[in-house]
Design a binder for this molecule. Structure first.
Ligand code: BG6
Length: 482
């Protein structure tokens, strides 16, 4: 493979979400979010489709304490700085700012916490990349409004984003409106705070909720640019390429349908209107989106860049029953026999990342930002010369293979702003609520049963990533795994 250059100001870093790392779920006036009532085993657990039956946090929910980033942020940011991070993706927990979500006055203690975090990042010259809503809708908005199924959420979200845009307008430039906004079609509670049992949720109501989120996202983009024209505001989608299972044209049509379900979200964010193909889908499924007059004008406020998560690809077929269905990140699909899988059954496909980058860039010619990528694996802590460590060559290999494909996409001419690995420090898994599904360069001593000292240890990948950043990607060629 020939060499390539990463852009001079490429934003290398790592990505987290408040609900998976902060802990302190009830500290300094924070309200509950939908994550605080996630049952043991996460949303993948049997019976988890109506988690609000309990509606109260249970002590076995690891997200309540996370890795206690709330009290360890200085130590953790110092470690990110040691790796040379240029950027750090994090989310603001909406329920720290508005504990119920519909108050008129924000919670000052919550706002002050993020001031401290942004100031700490600034100390090291690390650019914050902030997700406004990362699977952590305030619980009250879910229980009393049915989340994004209710149009009123637009107003509450608007109030929240206006508050944080104003407060942090001189500290934050890069913003993402909703994490993996397309996931609401598949995980309506976690992603959209919708409490209706998915089995009872009509397509009409689901796509109406989608519409509310899309309008809210465009409104945030509009407001953000008014508050600070320097803001760079992006959408965030879950990217997952689908390959046809066979050369049967019907399988190709199935791929197209799978892709369009996801393109719907980036198309509207990038082009400012509903795409043609969705009209046929709406008609066939009896869906009529309720638009207000202003919606159309608001949607025209398009994003500055497109960001996405990428972990895996899937296969698609017109008759999926014929094949083994694969495990994976929220969207689901058929298992691809050509690919290896992670311990959690996610197909490992570095080339898929190059395809995603090229497809999105061909389609929009907007800058792209890879804001999640990584391998969830079980790590074993061993004694190293400088203390406990993890020999995570499998993680280095995964990241190296993916970054080499980013390099290929750069050579293809794709404009890539940056790359943040998922969970640079171990945190609680979104789907399974485990800590043993680790992504980090930094090991956190906390176990699935909640025990552990919370001590942080550098894994082998820590120095590997540090070298990648220091050489602006050149070490990907020069340095084989030791
Ligand atoms: C993405 C989410 O879907 O995948 C993250 O944005 C999540 O919140 C990540 O943690 C990895 O998934 P999981 O289920 O392994 O934590």
């Amino acid at each position: 493979m020939t060499e390539f250059e990463f852009p001079k100001d490429f934003l290398w870093g790592g990505a987290t979400a408040a609900n998976q790392c902060e802990g302190a779920y009830d500290v300094d006036g924070k309200g509950l979010s939908v994550q605080d009532v996630t049952p043991r085993g996460g949303l993948a657990a049997p019976g988890a489709t109506s988690p609000l039956i309990t509606a109260l946090p249970t002590r076995d929910n690891l997200k309540l304490e996370g890795i206690d980033f709330y009290h360890h942020y200085k130590e953790d940011i110092a470690l990110f700085a040691e790796m040379g991070f240029k950027t750090f993706r994090m989310s603001i927990a909406w329920s720290r700012i508005f504990p119920k979500g519909d108050e008129s006055e924000p919670n000052e203690a919550g706002l002050a916490f993020y001031d401290r975090v942004f100031d700490e990042l600034a100390k090291y010259g690390i650019e914050p990349l902030v997700t406004l809503s990362h699977y952590e809708t305030p619980l009250h908005l879910a229980r009393h409004y049915n989340g994004w199924a209710n149009r009123k959420l637009i107003t509450h979200y608007e109030h929240y984003v206006r508050t944080v845009f104003q407060r942090y307008k001189d500290k934050v430039t890069y913003w993402l409106t909703f994490n993996e906004i397309n996931s609401v079609l598949h995980a309506p509670f976690m992603s959209g705070g919708i409490v209706t049992d998915p089995a009872q949720l009509s397509k009409q109501d689901l796509y109406q909720a989608v519409h509310h989120e899309l309008v809210a996202s465009a409104l945030a983009t509009k407001i953000g640019h008014e508050i600070n024209p320097e803001f760079k505001i992006g959408c965030m989608v879950l990217a997952m390429p689908a390959y046809a299972m066979t050369a049967n044209p019907l399988d190709q049509l199935a791929v197209r349908e799978f892709k369009n379900q996801n393109y719907l979200f980036s198309d509207i964010h990038a082009r400012g209107k509903y795409p043609r193909y969705i009209q046929r889908y709406f008609k066939d499924n009896g869906i009529e989106i309720q638009f207000t007059q202003e919606d159309e004008a608001i949607l025209k406020h398009t994003v500055d860049f497109i960001s996405f998560s990428y972990y895996m690809s899937v296969a698609a077929a017109h008759d999926p029953e014929l094949y083994q269905s694969g495990q994976g990140n929220i969207l689901g699909g058929i298992e691809n026999p050509y690919l290896e899988k992670s311990e959690w059954g996610w197909a490992i496909d570095p080339i898929g990342l190059r395809l995603v980058l090229n497809d999105l860039y061909d389609r929009y010619q907007l800058p792209l930002f890879i804001v999640e990528n990584g391998l969830g694996a079980r790590d074993v802590l061993v004694d190293g010369p400088k203390g406990p460590t993890v020999m995570d060559d499998y993680r280095i290999d995964y990241l190296q293979q993916h970054l080499l494909q980013v390099g290929q996409a750069l050579k293809d001419g794709v404009d890539v702003l940056g790359y943040t690995t998922w969970g640079p420090i171990d945190l609680v898994s979104a789907s399974t609520a485990q800590l043993s599904k680790r992504y980090g360069f930094i090991y956190v001593d906390r176990n699935d049963d909640g025990t552990g000292s919370l001590a942080r240890y550098k894994k082998k990948s820590f120095n590997w990533y540090k070298a990648v950043i220091a050489s602006n990607g050149r070490s990907l060629f020069e340095q084989s795994i030791q």
